[in-house]
Design a protein around this ligand. Structure first.
Ligand SMILES: [Cu+2]
Length: 255
């Protein structure tokens, strides 16, 4: 599997399978979501490498790219993960588990995903148009940098009442960015610029920069988690990676 490309399109990959204990969610209630990651030996995986302070990151989003949640389940000794989860409305929810099992030949994070169904009247939300600013809670966030195929340098500037926001470290970084491709919800693991673990000082001017390796032209929905005022906030952007702006690298001649 090409780990640089999009992930999260399969429930089973690289010998690992995501197995939820139920395929259903009940809208309007908080109930435990339980699941296992089954390994190559057919048993639940019990040994993980910590990524961004956690053994496993769980992203939940409705298929129309609304209702985004990024939560951290706890693991029982048996290998079963669980997290209290509440979804407000009916619809099909895609659940991504992002983790790195210990002992892989080539240690790489893996993202598996499964659809869970919340029964009831479903009204799809239209994706917001591309925009370079977005608001969440009392924050305004401006996005600078063009999303391009191959690699994009994106800088988010977080302000509050017109002044740079005071950002606090959250899970070993000052921001966490997930990009989902519109159409198939392919999951892009986006790394913050700089060396993780060395970001001890808040970034100047409320700025957070990421390198986003967008694999194809098309629309993406970006979800940026940041911490300020002792609370985690998630701001969302629709962006377009244009076609043909960046030439693919030349194919080396064969001898
Ligand atoms: Cu996480």
């Amino acid at each position: 599997m090409n780990h640089d490309g999009p992930q999260g399109l399969a429930v089973s990959a690289d010998g690992y399978t995501l197995v939820p204990s139920s395929a259903e969610l009940t809208p309007g209630t908080t109930s435990p979501l339980a699941f296992k990651v089954i390994g190559k030996d057919g048993k639940p995986v019990k040994s993980y490498t910590v990524l961004h302070d956690k053994e496993l990151h769980l992203i939940v989003v409705r298929r129309d790219l609304t209702s985004y949640q990024h939560v951290h389940p706890t693991r029982a000794a048996s290998g079963t993960w669980s997290v209290p989860l509440s979804v407000a409305s009916a619809g099909v929810y895609k659940v991504f588990a992002n983790f790195q099992p210990s002992g892989q030949v080539m240690p790489m994070p893996i993202t598996l995903a499964v659809d869970l169904m919340a029964s009831g009247q479903f009204t799809a939300t239209t994706l917001p148009k591309p925009a370079l600013t977005a608001t969440v809670d009392s924050f305004m966030v401006a996005l600078a940098g063009q999303v391009v195929v191959g690699g994009s340098r994106l800088t988010f500037t977080v302000t509050q009442s017109g002044k740079p926001a005071v950002l606090q470290p959250y899970l070993g970084a000052f921001g966490h960015l997930v990009a989902l491709r519109v159409g198939d919800l392919a999951f892009l693991h986006v790394h913050p610029e700089g060396t993780p673990g060395h970001e001890h000082h808040p970034p100047a001017g409320g700025k957070i920069t990421f390198i986003a390796p967008v694999p194809t032209a098309g629309q993406y929905r970006l979800f940026l988690d940041f911490k300020s005022g002792d609370a985690v906030h998630t701001v969302e952007f629709t962006v377009v990676a244009p076609r043909g702006k960046v030439e693919p690298p030349p194919v080396p001649p064969h001898h």
